[in-house]
Design a protein around this ligand. Structure first.
Ligand code: SAH
Length: 221
């Protein structure tokens, strides 16, 4: 895959326009907008698809998966209320773009990808462009127990229900953002763990994500 790993004024200009569009759509957390402004999204695209990198839409990244729409990334990140030094667990590394946004905000990111090919690619690619996270290959619906508990958990694929393992691995006072629904659309939820056995649940807009697989996802094996 031929990529252009130079970030020029042209790219920065395209990015500024994208940030403007996203803020017009209702994202107002400056930390999130600044992160979108900083991460070179075209690094995730083949040269030939440069024009697509700064449009507000999802795009295929191979293995039948997609790099999420910038608005969706910003929306989930804003709901998550990420603070500098938060320990964040991400389910669905995919291209790694969302992971970079979290890193730009100053989070310590633990990210899990189910697809082996994507896991291998992204685990190599992100450090090569200067983004350091902890990568794991496996079923993210089971979380990553050895590093638990997490301040924040973000699920970037749509599942049928909220995985209990993820609730268990959230800190008291922590938040999880997760789309839940069927294969055609999902509602965005924000959960706050108010005590060891109490979860507060808020409902937001509808989205369409790729399916969350795994034990507490769509293919129960
Ligand atoms: N955050 C990504 C979005 C990728 S799409 C980005 O910024 O590009 C969702 C990803 O979730 C896909 O790569 C898919 O393979 C992965 N996925 C699906 N079910 C999973 C599971 N149970 N555990 C970990 N990853 C999963």
């Amino acid at each position: 895959m031929v990529k252009n790993l130079l970030d020029t004024y042209k790219h920065k200009g395209m990015r500024r326009k994208l940030v403007k569009k996203i803020s017009e759509k209702g994202i107002n957390d400056q930390k999130v907008l600044d992160a979108i402004d900083k991460v070179p999204r075209h690094f995730f695209f083949e040269n030939a698809f440069l024009e697509h990198a700064y449009q507000d839409k999802a795009f295929p990244i191979g293995q039948g998966q997609t790099i999420s729409q910038p608005f969706t990334v910003a929306y989930q990140t804003q709901l998550l209320q990420v603070e500098k030094n938060d320990k964040v667990l991400e389910i669905g590394t995919g291209s790694g773009y969302q992971c970079c946004i979290l890193l730009e905000i100053g989070a310590d990111v633990y990210t899990i990808e189910y697809n082996k090919v994507l896991f291998e690619e992204t685990k190599k690619f992100l450090p090569s462009i200067g983004y350091l996270a902890h990568f794991r290959h496996g079923d993210g619906t089971l979380g990553w127990p050895v590093f638990a508990p997490y301040d924040k958990i973000i699920v970037t694929a749509g599942g049928p229900k909220i995985p209990q393992s993820l609730i268990d691995q959230l800190k008291v006072g922590g938040k999880m953002v997760i789309p839940i629904g069927d294969s055609s659309n999902q509602v965005m939820y924000r959960l706050t763990k108010v005590s060891d056995d109490k979860i507060e649940k808020e409902e937001f807009d509808f989205f369409k994500f790729v399916p969350l697989l795994g034990k507490e996802g769509w293919n129960k094996k």
